[in-house]
Each structure stands twice: as C-alpha cells, then as structure tokens.
Design a protein around this ligand. Sequence first.
Ligand SMILES: Cc1ncc(COP(=O)(O)O)c(C=O)c1O
Length: 453
Amino acid sequence: MSRLDAAPAARAMFTLDPTRTYPVLDRADGIHVWDRDGRQYLDAIAGIAVANVGYGRQEVVDAIAAQAARLPYAVGNIFASEPALALADEIARVTPGDLDHVIFTSGGSEAVEVALKMARQFHVLRGEPDRSVFVSRWTNYHGATLGGLTVGGSKLRRRVYEPLLPATPHVRTPYCYRCPWPDSHPDCGPAAAAEVEAAIVEAGPSRVAAVIGEPIVASVGGAIRPPDDYWPRVREICDRHGVLLIIDEVVTGFGRTGRTFAVDHWGIVPDLIVMGKGMSGGYAPLGAVAARAHVRAAFEERGAAFEHIFTFGGHPVSAAAGLAVLAIWERERLTERAAALEGPFTAALDRLREHPFVGDVRVSGLMAGIEFVADRATKAPFEPAMKVGTRVREAGLRNGIVTYPGSGMADGTRGDIINLYPPLIVTEADIAEMSERLETTFTEVEAELARSG
Ligand SMILES: Cc1ncc(COP(=O)(O)O)c(C=O)c1O
C-alpha cells in the first residue's frame, strides 16, 4: 500500500478532529467536488464561502501560473508589486465611499488583526492613546487568532482559550428569531443600537477604539440579518463618540448577499472593511482591509508607518488570483445574480420548513442559515450532545451535498444551524438539486433523532 492510499488517520497530518475520518478531496469543477474514491458532492458552501466563481476557472489558473513564473514574491515593507497595486485599485473602486486604501493579508483572521491594530495605532497617532477597548458582539465570528477570538462572540469557539486577551465588552446581536428585545420587536433596531452605545459609555467613550461586527452574521449565526435601521444607528453612535467602525465582510463581501458589500444594503461607510474568502475564489490565500481616507491620513500626516508586517501580505500570486477572480465576478455580474436568485433560493429552502425540526430559514442573497429546534412552538434547541448540525453535515455528505454546521446561537452553547453558501454561479436547476438532497438528508436525520430517543 502506498502512503497515498493509507487512511488519513494513519498519516502525519494533524487533522482537526481525531475521531473523524476525513474524505480526501481530489478534484473540483463548477459547483462540484470529488473525493479520491470518485464520490461527487454538490458543494453548497463553495468550499467555505470562497469558491464564489466556481471551480476549474482556467483563466484564474493561467493568471496564477504566469505570475508565479514572473515574480512569485515581494516583501511588503521593502517592495510593492504590480498585481497587488492593481488589486488594491480594483478593491478601492468597488468599496463604498472613500474606503480607498487597501492592505493585504493571507486570509480573514489576519485581516481582522490588521483592522484591530490599525484602529489602535490610528488613535495613538492622533493623541488618544487611551483608546484601546474594542466593543464587539455575541454570536459573531472574527477569525481563529487570539485577537479575533477575543473580539469574536462565539462562546463555543472561545471557551477553551479563555481568558483570552484583555476583556472586551460584548453586546447582543439583533436576532429576530430569538429577539433579545421582545418588547420592542420587530422595531428592535434602536434598542439593539442603544446597547452598543451603553457599552461605549460604560467603558468610557474616550477609551474605546472601535466597534466591530459582521453586518449579516455568517457561520456562527446562520445568516442573521439585523433590522434596517441598526447599522446606520451604530454608525452614527460611533461618529458621535469618535469610535471607529470595523465591519467584517469576510463572508458577505463581493456579492454574497446580493450587494457588493452587505453594508451597501443600508448605505453606510465603515472606517475599515475586513475582507477575504471569495475575493480570490479559493484559488490562493488572500485577505484584505480597506481603510477610509481619514484613517490613512492619520498615518500620512505624521509620516508614521503602520507598525505591522506579514511575510505573505500582498503576495503577488494571490493578488493575481484575486484580480482574475474579480474580473470574472464583474463580467458575469455575480452580485446581481445573487440578488436575482434570492427569491428562488428562498422558495427552495422554504419547502424544508415542512420538517418539524426546522425552526427558521434565513436567506440573504445566496447566503442561508437553517436553524433546527427540538420544539417549534417554544423554539427550544436540541441538547448539544445530540450534535444535530454535525449529523446533518455527515448525512449530507452521504447524500452528496456539502453543508456547514454551526452551534451555540440559542444561548451560547445550545442551538444548531447549517449554513449554505453556494457558488454564485449556481443555476435555478442547481438550487432545486440542493433542495432535493437536503430534503433526503433532513428526512434521514429526523429518523436518526427519533431512533436515538
Ligand atoms: C466573518 C468572518 N470573519 C473572519 C473569518 C476568518 O477568516 P479565515 O478563516 O480566512 O482566517 C471568517 C472565517 O470563517 C469569517 O466567517
């Protein structure tokens, strides 16, 4: 038996979950991936919200090969490279307002770190060194680094690593299905925004550097969209207190929710936008932060360098991949496509509400969350030991569909969802196929749950 044929568990790689056997992916094309045993899966999560332009796009492959042959690397504190400069120009063109200054990373977590550090240095440069507090939100995810986890709000992902970095105040996220402000629901936008302001006031407004949040919560919440007046109010509160607003569009950016950026739904311009994932279509690791003109000016006016460097930030090959992917995204009008398919996607997923364990179906563009409950009337979640989200993922794989579970959204530890982020190139027929495979998957899981009592 060759080493390639050995079971992954017998190999050297530190797989994340030692109790699980990982299917070994071998190839991909369009919206499908195949494992080395030839089994095909419909990739309903686009890798993990990365393969927005689909797999097997030869022009991206060619751009990567050409760049690797010409110039594979340039260190960011000595050199720039043409693909990185060109990609920054492209991003500046499509971001809202004056978010015209772009710095690159290898992924979303690194980009969150950059945003936090940039916000901090911005205030230090402007003579407000006490501004070191970040106000963040429960049920939001901002990456896997200690900084990202500290401002992140997934209790499950944080708990092993607590006490984390110096405590940051967390506020509740507007979440209509389980509204934290039932007395004001559905007009809870003002109450939710007031909680952000209360956290700033309690920390001491002159001590707060930034508020950070996902505009529409992705993987740890399942497409949780706030009331329309929430983010505009938070923007106004931040302005009033001299606090920067960092919006994490790692999942939602570049068309996923039917707008170029999710903040475009409400016409707000954050001070820093964090991005990653779909920007390079999964063809190369890439993240970025776009900063507004006044943030850049704080550095330029004082002749101060940003005290930061990642070895692979601005990697020419990743930038070339990003340029090729954004060219496809624009030419094929994938944002408009996500907006147009929101209706058919919603209709296809709404069918699944017939399953008694489906509590809620949430859709924004081509991003969806399906929340499972033990009791629809009371919205009581399943016990975590039942691993409902994981069961759905595993049954989905058996039925040839890839989904992404999340948990903890009901009370921090309980509550199960699956996320769907199909490639933005999907057709209505693909959506119907997804819904069929989910239908079979849900029927199987409900039977399993009934058997396990
Ligand atoms: C909203 C959000 N921010 C940040 C990240 C971290 O990105 P990465 O995994 O590329 O480091 C993720 C990853 O899922 C994310 O969903």
